[in-house]
Design a protein around this ligand. Sequence first.
Ligand SMILES: [Zn+2]
Length: 657
Amino acid sequence: MAAPLARIDRMESLLTADAEGLRKAASEDLAAAREAVASFKALPADASSETLLSAWDAVGRPLNRSGGLVHLFFQVHPDEKVRGACAEIEQELSRFHTELSLDREVFARLEGADPSTLSDPVARRLLEHELRDFRRSGVDRDDATRERVIALREKLVELGQAFSRNIASDVREIVLDSVADLDGLPDDYIAAHPPGDDGKIHVTTNPPDATPFMQFCSRREHRRALHLVMSQRATPDNLPVLDELIATRHELAGLLGYTSWAHYITEDKMIKTPERAAEFIAKVRELTGARMEQEIDEIWQALKAECPEAERVRDFDRLYFREKIKRAKFDFDVRDVRPYLPYDAVRDGVLDTVSKLYGVQIRKATEIATWHADVEAYEIHDDGKLLARFFLDMHPRPDKFKHAAMFDLVSGLRSASGTGDTVPRAALACNMPQPTESDPALLDPDQLSTYFHEVGHLMHHLLAGDHRWLGVSGIATEWDFVEVPSQLFEEWGRDPALLAGFTRHHESGEPIPADLVTRMNAAEDYGKGIVTRAQMYYASLSLECFRRDPATLDTSALVAELKPQFVPMPVEEGSCFQAAFGHLEGYSALYYTYMWSLVLAKDIFSAFEGDLMNTDIARRYRDAVLGPGGSKDAEELVADFLGRPSSFEAFEAWLAA
Ligand SMILES: [Zn+2]
């Protein structure tokens, strides 16, 4: 049977809209949302709880049409006018949300709903969460407090921007006398760093400059010099900004009734309390001890052989010796893998894997026009029914977002009548090489892994789109669970049999040999003891900065106190790591989430028992973990799938392997 042609509805027509068209659509949607707020407030006093909650959930629906697209276009649209219009629309939307979150009339009506009269457990949970979020915004505080809350939130936006700006704008460099000082670096790096007019070679702290330097430069004193300037970025400017950021968050948390910012920010996450976050960090610390010591010893032996005068392993030895030991141990070079990974083969292979795993059909929807000729539209059908649409914007362009991310555009909704359902939509925005007539666009193993990672996010949003309530549709789950489906799906990109099914050498057409994949995986995993310990040091620093009393907190003393608990490399004299630790702004106390999701992903992966294409297990995973979206606590979703509470066992086995 031929797949039905896509119905081009309002959302798809916006994919090609210009700045004016988007402004018009967004203002219609915002007006409809304001009307929905008015209708909610106008409900009769004796309206049932079901009616109240439905009317409240309806407030977000008009913005579900264009809001996600505006957010995406602000980041990726080729037309500067469109990006500008989207920036303005985003500000307007954000003002609307802030106003709404502090609207006492709305809160009072919603608080009047009686959860015990709601028969649907999802509705009861949604009501509870909506009220919690209102309280967390400060809506139930007196006027003076609410005013102070607004002022503090505004101040936090400014401080956050200043903190990030100081990091982004502070590029430092070291100056080297001759090409001999670049010993060990690849030829293309040396060619790209010729001596300047002053006859000297300049190496900056920008990652494309600094990362290869720290990995390959054999001159220890130069690695040391670069490491030192890297760890002095954003000093001294960011130290007072950081102190103020910490103090302001602490004050805000106090006004809202919390002991500390860490208490406030963990409350609605899986982890729930800073005490549990600290326990998690301590537990991972303990599990990684033996592994890290073994790796440090390997580095120490290699260091002594190369620099007999060295006294101990320091931070600037870590990447260099990791690369060196890896090459010697696994005889692995990424350049051997790339020829097997032409872009088109990887894309088709990843989508085919999804299609087989979940028993769905994926077709390219060439009839849907989008914001750029390079963007591809797809549809997912399940049993002949349109399940979702997605868009792949995978190649770099000037003025496009520089990272890799999934953007949810529309959350799926099921109408009570079964007609007028909304299918979910999402887009991936990445920066992978683009194939041309003469260039097959070969990916490296990191990009292969990123492809699987982002498609993991994509399928989470799209398969969680069958809900009656907008508030639980899509990835409406706890923040510290979000990276679980994506990190889990990375495992599919490491499986030799699966990769043999879709990779092909761009010249010979041969699939990638299994032993090359095995060496690639081993090389990628090498050093995980030290990496995990370092992650836990950052997690601990992030937590303690926002858990302790800012009145007596000295962030440099905190670094000196915490680092030795996790890694044996000393704090370098003159370094100031925290000043350029950007996550202290965006993640605040929540840096632990990376490892937390990895522990859960390893646990879920263990249930597949190596049988990655087992469609029965995949079906259970889809139904128990992805499909429910935000309708249950993530902890419960995981336990539903595993048939037991989650555990560290699989993570421990991975560490030991
Ligand atoms: Zn991710």
